[in-house]
Ligand binder design. Structure first.
Ligand code: PLP
Length: 460
């Protein structure tokens, strides 16, 4: 039994089975019941795996979870159980995290322009850490939350990032001194610096530059009499399995920049705000076809002999861009379905497109697919659907959101308990027996076999 998550919160996947088997079973069940609603399968064990990988690769950085990325209860519970902190951008997110039982000293309130009601709410809950990047924000905080401990958010050079929104957020290096002097006049406390390299930035050196900038701002703050001891390196780390190498490469660059600018023992607590990294690969969405339309591809005037096969299909499925696929617009991704019924290789293929249920022109999930002819009622799956598909506020509008089925392997569940010290540090000779079940393909067995490296991320 965990404090935040226990075995009744998810389906236990026993050894010899995979979450994929579980998904097949669920699909069989819904097909038999004639059920047609889209649903998620969330592999919480995958979240655990990401956590262990993070601790191993960035040992000096305490992970915080950016709730805006996926506000599902199971993810929040799992990460609370693992001892991460949480970063929240709204009242609903703070409420969700607090209702799970997370204490306020593990919550940061982020977002560049917070409504006063949110600042007051944070103050009322005892959440002290907040980010800011402008004077207006400081004024609001001085009036509504005098005990806040502020983190100055720096703009980071994201000119190479694929979604070039970066310049909207963060103070420039030039404006920092003025902002900190203003804070001093208002008696607002500043404790550190944050930055956020937006995902899609292919250059890990952006982190080196941002960490170097943060060092300068630490020095300015110290000169002004602030006790600077908190560095938040943001998120943006990729969350698919294929990007693991890129993550590790970025981590190596971060580690050396930290060692250079914030060497171990300098008294600075380093955190990251991870969103997509934790959840992307954990969620698979299953949708079914509600309607199909046949479209003739023949151009007027062209007389193609084999026009017989020149047809294409539009499939309308039961979730779309206004629902779980909203992230495809700003992340510029092209989701690829996995068909539930495996087609035989000699089936003719047709150009096909997938559409959400609204009938709106913008509600296009993907097109240009080559698929065999499908029927309404057929199911398909989309992997890597965990990031920016489920928000905390829509958790309260359950009817509009696909149901989430949570699962975790027995191995991962043991790892959770081991990490928390629930399985007490085994004696030398017992160690092997405890590590055995954890070694089935888990690259981080070595992490698990040593004393828990992880001190829960509370802020001092
Ligand atoms: C959204 C956000 C994150 C998380 O971003 P991911 O790309 O999902 O990791 C981290 N930090 C800040 C400031 C954010 O706004």
């Amino acid at each position: 039994m965990g404090r935040f998550l226990d075995e009744s919160d998810f389906m236990m996947v026993e050894e010899g089975f995979t979450t994929r088997d579980l998904l097949e079973n669920l699909l069989l069940e819904v097909s038999q019941m004639g059920d047609r609603d889209a649903f998620f399968l969330a592999d919480l064990g995958d979240v655990v795996k990401k956590h262990l990988r993070f601790l191993k690769v960035l040992p000096r950085v305490k992970p915080f979870y950016a709730v805006k990325c996926n506000g599902s209860k199971g993810v929040v519970q799992t990460l609370a159980e693992l001892g991460t902190g949480f970063s929240c951008t709204s009242k609903a997110e703070i409420a969700l995290v607090q209702s799970t039982g997370v204490p306020p000293d593990k919550i940061i309130c982020t977002g560049p322009c917070k409504p006063v009601s949110q600042i007051k709410y944070a103050a009322g809950c005892g959440v002290q850490l907040m980010t800011f990047d402008n004077e207006v924000e400081l004024g609001k905080v001085a009036r509504s939350h005098p005990r806040a401990r502020m983190i100055l958010q720096l703009a980071s050079d994201n000119s190479r990032s694929s979604t070039c929104l970066s310049m909207k957020f963060g103070a420039t290096l030039k404006s920092c001194r003025h902002l900190m002097e203003t804070a001093k006049d208002m008696s607002v406390e500043i404790v550190g610096v944050s930055f956020h390299v937006r995902s899609g930035s292919i250059d890990p050196q952006t982190f080196t530059q941002s960490i170097a900038d943060a060092r300068l701002v630490f020095e300015m703050g110290t000169e002004l009499g602030y006790k600077m001891h908190f560095l938040d390196i943001g998120g943006g780390f990729p969350g698919t399995e294929v990007s693991k190498a890129r993550f590790e490469e970025t981590a190596a660059v971060i580690n050396s920049a930290l060692d250079f600018y914030f060497p171990e023992g300098c008294g600075v607590e380093v955190i990251a705000e991870l969103g997509r990294y934790y959840v992307t690969s954990a969620f698979t969405l299953a949708v079914s076809i509600a309607t199909k339309k046949e479209v003739s591809l023949d151009q007027p005037g062209s007389d193609d002999e084999d026009s017989g096969s020149r047809k294409s299909f539009m499939y309308y499925v039961n979730d779309g861009v206004y629902g779980s696929f909203s992230h495809i617009i700003f992340d510029n991704v092209c989701p690829i379905p996995i068909l539930h019924k495996k087609p035989s290789p000699d089936h003719p293929m047709y150009s096909s497109s997938l559409w959400g249920p609204t009938g709106d022109d913008l509600d296009r999930i993907t097109d240009g697919l080559e698929l065999p002819e499908l029927q309404s009622g057929d199911w398909m799956m989309f992997e890597n659907m965990g990031a920016y598909s489920i928000s905390a506020s829509s958790t309260f509008r359950i009817s509009q959101q696909p149901q989430i089925n949570y699962a975790m392997s027995r191995v991962a569940w043991k790892a959770v308990q081991l990490l928390q010290g629930k399985l007490l540090q085994p004696e030398e000779e017992e160690r092997e027996s405890i590590c055995t079940p954890l070694s089935c393909g888990w690259e981080m067995t070595d992490t698990l076999c040593v004393a828990p490296v992880f001190a829960p991320a509370s802020i001092t």
